[in-house]
Design a binder for this molecule. Structure first.
Ligand code: GUN
Length: 305
C-alpha cells in the first residue's frame, strides 16, 4: 500500500469531542441544551439503524435527541402537521426527516418528499436540504452546511489535503452529496473554517468537474484529477487504472453487495496508486453524524445565542 489512509472514524471522534465540549460550555453558561428531533416514518431497517446511531451520538455529545416514530400509513397532511408543530416548538432546535420516506399507502394524500423537506423551517433544517439553505450555500454565505459534504471538507482540511488550484473530479450529481461538494470546493473561502477547526489546508478554490453515470470517457477524465470524490452509488466503479499516481481519493459510496459494505472505489487496487484514500467503512460515513451534531448546536445558537 502506498496511499495514506484518511481515517474518518478518528477525525469524527475528534470533532465529536470538540462538540461535546462546546455543548458543555454552552449549558454551563446558562444557555439551552441543544435538541434534535428526528422523524422516522415506516420501518425501513437501514433507516432505523441510522436514526438510532444519530440518537446515540446526540446523547454522547450532551445533545437532547428524540425520535418521532410514525407508521408507514402516515399521510402527507399528518406528516406536514407534525413538522409544523416542531417548527413552532421553541424547545426543538433541529428537525430531521429521515429519508427515504416509505412508498405512500394513501394515493389521495401521499408523502411527497419535496413538499416534506420544503416544510422544515430553514432555521431548524440541520440536514441543509431546504431550498433556502441550498441557495445560501450556493451564494457562499451558508447557514447550515449539508452533513456529508461538510464531512468531506473537514476530512480534507484536517488531513492536510488542500485542493486550492487543483482539479477535483466529483463523480455523482445528487442534491445531497455531489452538487453541494462541487459548490463547496470551488468557493473562495474554506468552509471547514466555519467550524472549530483551525489551520489545515485550503479546502476551497478548486477547479471542479462534475461527472456522473452518463459521462463519456469517464476514465480519461478521472485520470486528470488531483482529487477524486466518488459519490455515484456504483460499487467499485473507480479502479486503479483511472487514478493519477499520488491523487487523493475520497469514497462517499456505501453499497451493500452480498451483505458487505462496498464503496464506489476499488480500494484494494486504488490504494496502490493513490497518495491518500478513505476506507469504506470508516471513512466519510462517521463524519456525517459528527456534522449533524455540529449543525444542531449551530441551530441552538441561531435560536438563542
Ligand atoms: N438518508 C440517507 N442519508 C440521509 C441524510 O443525510 N439525512 C436524512 N435525513 N436522511 C438520509
Amino acid at each position: 500500500m502506498t496511499a495514506t489512509l484518511l481515517n474518518g472514524k478518528q477525525i469524527a471522534q475528534e470533532i465529536r469531542a470538540e462538540i461535546a465540549e462546546q455543548v458543555r460550555r454552552r449549558v454551563q453558561a446558562g444557555k439551552s441544551q441543544p435538541k434534535l428531533c428526528a422523524i422516522l416514518v415506516g420501518d425501513d431497517p437501514a433507516s432505523q439503524v441510522y436514526v438510532r446511531n444519530k440518537e446515540r451520538a446526540c446523547e454522547k455529545a450532551g445533545i437532547a435527541g428524540t425520535v418521532d416514530r410514525l407508521p408507514a400509513t402516515t399521510t402527507g397532511t399528518e406528516l406536514l402537521a407534525r413538522i409544523e408543530q416542531l417548527n413552532h416548538d421553541p424547545t426543538v432546535h433541529g428537525i430531521l426527516v429521515q429519508l427515504p420516506l416509505p412508498k405512500s399507502e394513501s394515493s389521495a394524500d401521499p408523502l411527497d418528499e419535496r413538499r416534506v423537506l420544503d416544510a422544515v423551517s430553514p432555521l431548524k433544517d440541520v440536514d441543509a436540504f431546504s431550498p433556502v439553505n441550498v441557495g445560501l450555500l450556493m451564494q457562499g454565505r451558508p447557514r447550515f452546511l449539508p452533513c456529508t459534504p461538510h464531512g468531506v471538507v473537514q476530512l480534507l482540511h484536517r488531513c492536510d489535503r488542500g485542493v486550492a488550484g487543483k482539479h477535483v473530479v466529483v463523480i455523482g450529481r445528487s442534491d445531497i452529496v455531489g452538487k453541494p461538494i462541487a459548490s463547496m470546493l470551488s468557493q473562495r473561502t474554506n468552509m471547514a473554517n466555519q467550524g472549530d477547526a483551525e489551520g489545515g489546508r485550503d479546502v476551497a478554490n478548486a477547479t471542479v468537474t462534475i461527472a456522473h453515470s452518463r459521462t463519456e470517457n469517464l476514465a480519461d477524465l478521472v485520470r486528470q484529477a488531483d482529487c477524486v470524490i466518488a459519490a455515484v452509488g456504483i460499487p467499485k466503479l473507480v479502479t486503479a487504472d483511472m487514478i493519477r499516481p499520488g491523487a487523493t481519493v475520497v469514497d462517499v459510496g456505501i453499497n451493500r453487495v452480498d451483505d458487505k459494505l462496498v464503496g464506489d472505489v476499488d480500494f484494494e487496487g486504488v490504494k496502490e496508486v493513490a497518495g491518500a484514500i478513505t476506507p469504506v467503512p470508516g471513512g466519510v460515513g462517521p463524519l456525517t453524524i459528527a456534522m449533524l451534531l455540529h449543525n444542531t448546536v449551530k441551530a441552538a445558537e441561531l435560536a438563542d445565542g
